[in-house]
Write a protein of this length. Structure first.
Lengths: 655, 93
């Protein structure tokens, strides 16, 4: 398996994709079913060839074939196997191939899954998916080819190795998850556009893409959470979300996708919000491509951007092409897309969903505006003006509070309408608990968003728990089941509903964690061996400095002993200052990196960063942070994943 | 030599892929049997969804989330919709 095999596979995949689109287009005019079968098989060929090319590149990375420029750039002989594999998505060319690889897997699944269903939609679905594959194949074949050899007269003895920041287990998992999220939205987009072209106003396509959308949303959520986790554990600034352009690039499609997975429930149940759902899926898919553009173009400086390139105009052109085509088509079909049904009442679950949709889209617009503002100011005024975290926090914190409120309100409202008596009965307990919490917090001299966030969290928590309680109680009195059986039965009989409630509980946990940011403490200092320093209620003692040589780096280790103000021992922390490629004779090739050590509890984290060392004076330069409630964010993430998996689990009649 | 074997394998794979793709063209012509919109399956799906909504409504009512008035009026409305869908289905068949 030489790189030539991979290269030829990519060339063939490109040719097959062009042929597939042409033949399927002729089929749509002539109606000759043989052409459909041929076009479909060509599209299957595109996917298989792309998958094969990816396997070939993976093989080159594993066997350290430094004749391939990409392999020489992103791996070295010392790079551990896991990171040799993850180098597949570390660079631009590889990551674009990885995009096509995932899309190919999804395309094959969709094509075989719908072999005998959606016969009116499938030709266009295949054309759209293949067209997206074609765009990426053009980039890989003609702009940034991962199989290019190194310059002919150079023999590379060893590669440069992977960026140390990427040599982290989380970072090996985070990009594929994010890509699964970005790429996955191609499928609902393809179905939506196909339904528009076919003038299909039914909710059948929605039913088909609901599970796809939810699964893709789950991948995107996991990708974002893991990205935050990686940033927290690797970057050393003590936080997990910095409103960095690349972080925002993943948040924007997540916001519109979250709105979409809520509003398709209304279309599925009531065949309402058809235009709105089309707008949401077009926006989500466009933002996924835009996200890839932001990450890969190098147009924004970001701690998460590991590649720069001249791909920007091509991506931007593709984004505009998608938008112009989709929006024009939607406008053209507008007369048949309008729903005959109207919202029956303001106090209904439908209006709750719609309201949350509006908030999600407004948040997305705010994030979009803040993200592209530096580019716009540079284009208009020649000066790059960056809006920082305060801008994003100022706008998104109040909107986030409204969303948190709706997380509790929505499930308490009934479909169609809720009478005043039902509202009073359902809201009495959660609202009282929320108010009581607010009063208690105000008495503890807390104020502002901290009080609002904690009170709303209690409101939502009680609302969700009481929903479970009512469901269990009803089954116990009706069927005489014990509480555990009743709980399992209500969840298994109504997975999307109770799965959704569990997701909402996860969101509550995450908001509690976000609110903990308000109590962060931080101190940077130099400290000699044997000395002590105070941070908050803790005493930090540098008990020693040690060194270690490992296969791909050299490490200075600070041995820290942490005690509380009474001198009670808490933990020993060992943050490291590492030098990667330390054996390289060229000092410019050696890469310094701070490996953190964190003591994590449900109440707070003690976060230690070894910034620098003065060996002569036996002095370590440290940054210590006390970060309360961070673990709640990750636990909330686990709950969110668990809830989504319950909602995704098919019902018996759907298997 | 190894390179020639690889080229040979590529050629065989390519030829097999092309034969697989163009094979349907050798079949006798058959016209597209697609319908513009599959109305019947849409109606069947709607019926199934409305039945599910009645079930959910019953769960909500038995959990005490709805008053009798809300429950009765919502149930009546869904029933009217189901009747309309069933009569459309009968017309189609």
């Amino acid at each position: 398996m030489t790189p030539i095999v991979g290269n030829i596979s990519l060339n063939l995949a490109f040719g097959f994709s062009v042929l597939s689109i042409i033949i399927l287009s002729i089929f749509l005019r002539s109606g000759d079913y043989r052409l459909y079968l041929t076009g479909r098989r060509l599209s299957i060929g595109v996917s298989l060839l792309s998958i094969w090319a990816t396997i070939v590149l993976g093989y080159q990375l594993i066997r350290s074939n430094f004749e391939v420029d990409y392999v020489a750039h992103y791996t070295s002989r010392e790079t551990p196997l896991l990171y040799k594999i993850s180098a597949l998505w570390a660079g631009q060319a590889g990551s674009l191939l990885f995009w096509v690889f995932i899309l190919s897997l999804f395309a094959l699944t969709v094509i075989f899954q719908n072999k005998n269903t959606h016969k009116n939609l499938m030709p266009w679905v295949i054309i759209i998916i293949t067209a997206v594959e074609l765009f990426f194949l053009v980039l890989i074949n003609f702009v940034t080819n991962p199989f290019l050899p190194v310059e002919a007269d150079i023999i590379v003895a060893n590669g440069l190795g992977l960026n140390p920041l990427l040599q982290n287990l989380t970072m090996a998992i985070h990009p594929p998850l994010l890509y699964l999220g970005y790429v996955g939205f191609t499928i609902p987009f393809a179905f939506g556009i196909s339904a528009l072209i076919n003038k299909d106003t039914s909710s059948l396509w929605i039913q088909s893409v609901r599970r796809w959308s939810l699964m893709t949303w789950l991948f995107l959520s996991c990708g974002i959470i893991l990205g935050g986790w990686w940033a927290y554990q690797e970057l050393g600034w003590g936080g997990y979300w910095a409103w960095d352009p690349v972080e925002n690039a993943s948040l924007m499609p997540w916001l519109t996708a979250t709105a979409f997975v809520h509003s398709i429930v209304i279309q599925e149940k009531k065949n309402m919000l058809r235009v709105w759902n089309m707008v949401l899926i077009i926006l989500t898919f466009t933002l996924c491509i835009f996200g890839t553009f932001l990450t890969r173009s190098g147009i924004m400086s970001s701690v998460h951007s590991f590649a720069t390139s001249s791909l920007g105009p091509l991506f931007l052109g593709f984004v505009f092409l998608i938008l112009i085509f989709s929006i024009s088509l939607l406008l053209f079909r507008l007369p048949i897309m309008k729903s005959e049904k109207k919202m029956e009442s303001f106090s209904s679950r439908e209006s709750g969903f719609l309201f949350n949709n509006v908030i999600f889209v407004v948040m997305c617009f705010a994030v979009f505006w803040g993200t592209i503002f530096p580019v716009l100011t540079e284009a208009v005024r020649g000066v790059k003006i960056t809006v920082g975290a305060p801008f994003f926090n100022q706008i998104n914190t109040p909107l986030g509070m409204v969303l948190l409120l709706l997380t509790g309100v929505g499930p308490l409202l009934a479909w169609r309408r809720t009478s005043r008596q039902s509202i009073i009965r359902n809201f009495a307990l959660p609202a009282s608990a929320g108010l009581l919490t607010a009063i208690l917090l105000l008495l503890l001299n807390l104020a502002g968003y901290v009080v609002i966030s904690f009170s709303l969290s209690v409101f939502v928590l009680i609302a969700m728990v009481s929903e479970f309680y009512r469901g269990i109680k009803a089954r116990m009195s009706r069927f005489g089941e014990n509480p555990i059986t009743a709980l399992i039965t209500i969840i298994s009989k109504n997975r999307s509903r109770y799965g959704g409630y569990i997701v909402h509980l996860g969101i509550v946990f995450m908001f509690v964690g976000f609110t903990g940011n308000a109590f962060n403490e931080e101190k940077e200092f130099g400290i000699k061996v044997g000395q002590e320093e105070h941070v908050g209620i803790y005493r930090i003692k540098l008990s020693g400095l040690s060194e270690a040589e490992r296969p791909n780096h050299y490490a200075f280790i600070a041995n820290l002993r942490i005690t509380d103000s009474q001198g009670n021992f808490i933990v020993n922390l060992r943050p490291e200052k590492r030098i990667y490629n330390h054996r390289n004779p060229d000092p410019n090739r050696r890469q310094p990196h701070s490996e953190l050590d964190i003591y994590s509890t449900m109440i707070k984290d003690i976060y230690s960063v070894f910034s620098g060392v003065d060996k002569e004076n036996q002095t370590a330069f440290l940054k210590i942070m006390i970060n309360p409630l961070v673990n709640w964010v990750w636990i909330g993430g686990y709950i969110l994943i668990f809830g989504t998996m319950i909602a995704l689990w098919p019902r018996k009649d759907e298997v | 030599m190894t390179l020639w074997i690889e080229y040979g394998v590529i050629f065989i794979v390519f030829t097999a892929a092309v034969i697989y793709a163009v094979k349907p063209l050798l079949l006798p012509p058959s016209l597209d049997s697609r319908k513009s919109v599959d109305v019947k399956s849409d109606l069947k799906r709607r019926k199934q969804l409305l039945y599910r909504q009645i079930k959910e409504l019953e769960i909500e009512y038995s959990a005490g989330n709805l008053t009798v008035v809300d429950y009765e009026s919502n149930r009546q409305e869904i029933k009217i919709e189901v009747s309309a869908v069933i009569s459309d289905l009968i017309k189609l068949s």
